[in-house]
Design a protein around this ligand. Structure first.
Ligand SMILES: NC(=O)c1ccc[n+]([C@@H]2O[C@H](COP(=O)([O-])OP(=O)(O)OC[C@H]3O[C@@H](n4cnc5c(N)ncnc54)[C@H](O)[C@@H]3O)[C@@H](O)[C@H]2O)c1
Length: 432
């Protein structure tokens, strides 16, 4: 047996012994040689090559020496090729994807997943497709990086929970794009909260309040389906609305601080200044109730010429922790305002850290599987949205055990029809 196969065999045996399952790609093959150079490159397929897909590809190429992009898919092959060209300029051969390995259309994702040499996929399409792509990637035993949110409805949530369990069993990794979880200022702040610096946590506020979001005008000749996917932010089956698409970052921080999901949510919101065919609301505010009567409030809005605020504030019996968004850093004070702790933030580093930890976990044979955590945070966002749309209180038990909410159209064809857009109105719209 050659040295590399022996190492591969030992690594796989160890995993098999622990989990009674073996990964299809021996972990040992990726371990560094004695010289420190990677003995095998991890081959990545990028699915969804817009702003974040190409950003995530750049992040992993920057963070990891031992990865390369070998295939790409986007509905629009021109976008994938443009992303490839930019990545190739920055990273040379490690992003030299040939045109034959760039796939278009709604089944392009499957063509990337079917490639035997693809080890890991980056999933960064419109969020409505995420659970479908995660399910297919896990079924093919690929490692996954999945952008947030990982689901926009209840059917998607259950698909993610099943995929998490399958990945954990078979020993494949799933890391998600909730970068605050890997931002030093958040990690250091959370450590001090958990160590008791602010006393007992009694509640928190989290906000995602900004001046607006993009809207893409329909191009001549586009069918309804093509147009909705192109302008995906504004259609709930594709984006999940602001609560799921953006606010999930802050809602995930609530989930992190509270250590689990809430019991119920009371929510409200508004809609008056979106373009006529947009299904989005302008704002949503939600009171999440946790065991022990603890209340965590979230406020989100897209209002022009208004105060932007995306911070998280955790209130404790002895102090207050300010977990600030983006590069804002973390500050902790006592109840009188005396500073106890202060650290700067660097969100760019956090975006790269996600990919570093994912790849290191694969190489070490200890794959990170964190989909359930982000599925739960996505579900918290979904339940807040549904409670606001309906004016009803949504319980975790109802959403997870009884709701049948499934927004995905039965057929996705381009050109083709798409669901008729409508704005949900409280009192008329009901939890289902
Ligand atoms: N973690 C973060 O901070 C962060 C930041 C931005 C975006 N995101 C997330 O990344 C995802 C993508 O956002 P974006 O800003 O890159 O959007 P985008 O519109 O720039 O890119 C999405 C791309 O996916 C393609 N696409 C859509 N549906 C597809 C399908 N079924 N198959 C193949 N390709 C498809 C589109 O053609 C487009 O090129 C979203 O889930 C978004 O929430 C995360």
């Amino acid at each position: 047996m050659s040295e590399s196969s022996r190492r591969e065999f030992l690594a796989v045996s160890a995993v098999a012994g622990a989990a009674a399952f073996v990964t299809p790609r021996g972990f040992g093959a990726w371990q560094s040689t004695d010289s420190g150079a990677p003995s095998k490159m991890i081959n990545i397929g990028v699915i969804g090559c817009g702003g974040r897909g190409s950003g995530a590809a750049n992040d992993t190429l920057t963070a990891n020496k031992n990865v390369r992009i070998v295939a790409m898919a986007d509905l629009d092959t021109a976008k994938a090729k443009a992303a490839r060209d930019a990545l190739k300029e920055a990273h040379g051969d490690r992003a030299a994807v040939s045109d034959e390995r760039i796939f278009g259309g709604v089944d392009g994702y499957q063509k990337v997943i079917d490639l035997k040499d693809v080890d890991l996929v980056i999933l960064a399409t419109a969020p409505g497709f995420r659970h479908v792509h995660i399910t297919a990637a896990v079924a093919a035993k690929k490692h996954v990086f999945a952008e947030k949110p990982v689901c926009v409805d209840v059917a998607g949530y259950h698909a993610c929970i099943a995929a998490h369990e399958q990945a954990a069993k078979q020993g494949t990794a799933i890391v998600t794009g909730t970068q605050y979880r890997r931002q030093t200022s958040f990690i250091e702040g959370m450590k001090r909260i958990n160590d008791g610096m602010i006393g007992e946590v009694v509640g928190m506020t989290a906000r995602y309040c900004s001046n607006g979001i993009w809207y893409r005008d329909r191009k001549p000749g586009m069918s309804d389906m093509e147009y909705q996917i192109y302008n995906w932010m504004h259609f709930i089956w594709l984006s999940g609305d602001q609560a799921a698409e953006q606010a999930v970052h802050n809602i995930d921080v609530i989930h992190w601080v509270m250590g689990g999901p809430p019991e119920r949510v009371f929510a409200s919101g508004s809609r008056w200044n979106r373009p006529a065919d947009s299904e989005m609301w302008d704002s949503v505010s939600a009171d999440f109730e946790f065991p022990g009567g603890k209340l965590c409030s979230f406020t989100g809005r897209h209002w022009a010429n208004s105060e932007s605020q995306c911070d998280n504030v955790v209130y404790g019996s002895k102090g207050i922790a300010y977990l600030r968004a983006f590069d804002g850093g973390t500050q902790i004070t006592d109840r009188a305002g005396k500073e106890l702790f202060n650290v700067k933030g660097n969100i760019g580093a956090a975006y790269r850290q996600e990919h570093k930890e994912l790849v290191e976990s694969i190489v070490a044979g200890k794959p990170i599987v964190e989909l359930k955590q982000t599925a739960n945070s996505s579900m918290m966002a979904i339940m807040a949205r549904e409670a606001a749309y309906s004016g009803q209180v949504a319980t975790w038990d109802f959403m997870v055990n009884k709701s049948k909410l499934d927004l995905m159209p039965k057929e996705i064809k381009i050109p083709g029809d798409a669901p008729k857009p409508f704005v949900r109105k409280p009192g008329e719209y009901r939890l289902s």
